[in-house]
Write a protein that binds this ligand. Structure first.
Ligand SMILES: Cc1cc2nc3c(=O)[nH]c(=O)nc-3n(C[C@H](O)[C@H](O)[C@H](O)COP(=O)(O)OP(=O)(O)OC[C@H]3O[C@@H](n4cnc5c(N)ncnc54)[C@H](O)[C@@H]3O)c2cc1C
Length: 364
């Protein structure tokens, strides 16, 4: 059994920032990453990030990932196991891991879960046909492996992910027939939507998919317009010849390990699904278990990094490290989170966190 002071599960922006913060306070930390590479979502983000300079706004996502990986790889207090999937967290605090086809056990003193999120799916006839992808899969294919998914794409979802992946498809020479969005307004940033429209791609709000069709793989899709009650308007159907349908319909926090560790969970739509109840320092109802990043509520890489730092400092502080600096670092991280969430895009998160806190108070 391997013993470690702090175990971080997930090597995305939240997990890497957590590990760097732990190590900077002189505490040993092990990162588990199920993928072969560290970086999480960042490794496939070729666009420049928004936000504040403190969270590397203006840099491209993969460049931010490289910076975070460097911060960890140059610190001797950080150990990394890549290709290592955390399978379970048990009552006695043991974490089981699958790595190189072996089943291993780790006994950490504190755990930070930073497993990110998974893509949502929507129901329509033939939604399991080859040629139907999640937006994350399309990004991984194109930006990590250099493979285009097809020739002509229907994008479903006009949030930031749908808009950005559509633009990246165009950059890769793939035609985007249309972006459809069931809501009456575009959810993503106007700057992304304007770029897409300038490239001649229609963004059809109040539209949904009714069916995908094709013999062995996608050959087309039928879409239709929705009325104010989200019902299909008869006669508004259109057929689109496409060989790829890409779903960018949201993410859900990847919380299986939190459920399994018996953290108290709550369904908060504003945070995109079930999330663990936690205190200001991101410690859950299971003492010594912290969360950070999309697993605690889907947001952005900027807040994931700050939450990672806050969870890392708090976990190390609880083991006696950084007694002189940790409270100040916690205060700074909390202030950064409030600033990040103060704009219109952060209001949903603020409402979600308020609901979560109210549920927590009801339990106490
Ligand atoms: C198309 C797109 C565009 C985006 N654009 C922006 C933007 O412009 N600005 C911005 O701030 N944010 C952006 N984001 C959001 C940002 O990428 C995420 O919010 C951020 O990556 C979340 O960080 P995370 O560390 O919580 O999760 P992730 O980056 O998802 O990392 C989680 C890691 O945990 C690993 N993992 C999961 N389960 C296990 C397990 N059981 N064992 C071991 N490892 C595990 C995963 O393999 C993954 O590497 C974008 C996202 C997408 C998809």
């Amino acid at each position: 059994m391997k013993e470690v002071e702090i175990l971080v599960i997930g090597g995305g922006p939240a997990g890497l920032s957590a590990a760097a913060a732990v190590a900077n306070l002189g505490c040993d930390v092990l990162i588990l990453e199920r993928d072969g590479k560290l970086g999480g979502q960042l490794i496939k983000q070729t666009h420049k990030f928004f936000g504040s300079k403190k969270q590397y706004a203006g840099d491209r996502g993969y460049q931010i990932g490289d910076l975070l990986i460097e911060q960890c790889s140059t610190n001797s207090k950080v150990e990394v196991w890549s290709g290592a999937t955390a399978l379970g967290i048990y009552e006695d605090g043991v974490v089981t891991v699958e790595k190189d086809e072996k089943h291993l056990k780790i006994k950490p003193q504190k755990i930070i879960i930073a497993t990110g999120a998974s893509e949502k799916m929507i129901a329509f006839p033939n939604n399991d046909m080859p040629g139907i992808y999640g937006a994350g899969a399309v990004q991984t294919l194109m930006n990590v492996h250099g493979i285009v998914p097809g020739q002509r794409v229907l994008m479903i979802g006009a949030g930031n992910i749908g808009l950005i992946v559509s633009y990246q498809l165009l950059q890769a020479g793939v035609e985007v027939a249309a972006i459809i969005e069931a809501a009456p307004t575009i959810g993503g940033y106007l700057v992304h939507a304007s770029k897409i429209r300038r490239a001649g791609v229609p963004i059809l709000t109040s539209h949904t998919i009714q069916e995908a069709y094709g013999k062995e793989s996608v050959e087309g899709a039928r879409i239709c317009k929705l009325d104010e009650n989200w019902q299909a308007i008869p006669g508004s159907e259109q057929e689109l010849n496409v060989d790829v349908i890409c779903l960018a319909v949201g993410l859900s926090p990847l919380t299986e390990l939190c459920f399994q560790a018996d953290c108290q969970m709550n369904y908060i739509p504003e945070l995109s699904g079930h999330v663990p109840l936690r205190n200001d320092y991101l410690e859950t109802t299971r003492p010594g278990l912290y969360v950070a990043g999309d697993v605690s509520g889907v947001e952005e890489a900027s807040s994931a990094m700050v939450e990672g730092r806050l969870a890392g400092v708090s976990a190390a502080y609880s083991l006696g490290y950084g007694q002189d600096v940790a409270p100040q670092l916690q205060t700074e991280a909390l202030a950064e989170l409030s600033e990040l969430r103060s704009g219109p895009a952060g209001q949903k998160t603020v409402q979600g966190l308020k609901k979560l806190m109210e549920k927590g108070e009801a339990v106490c």
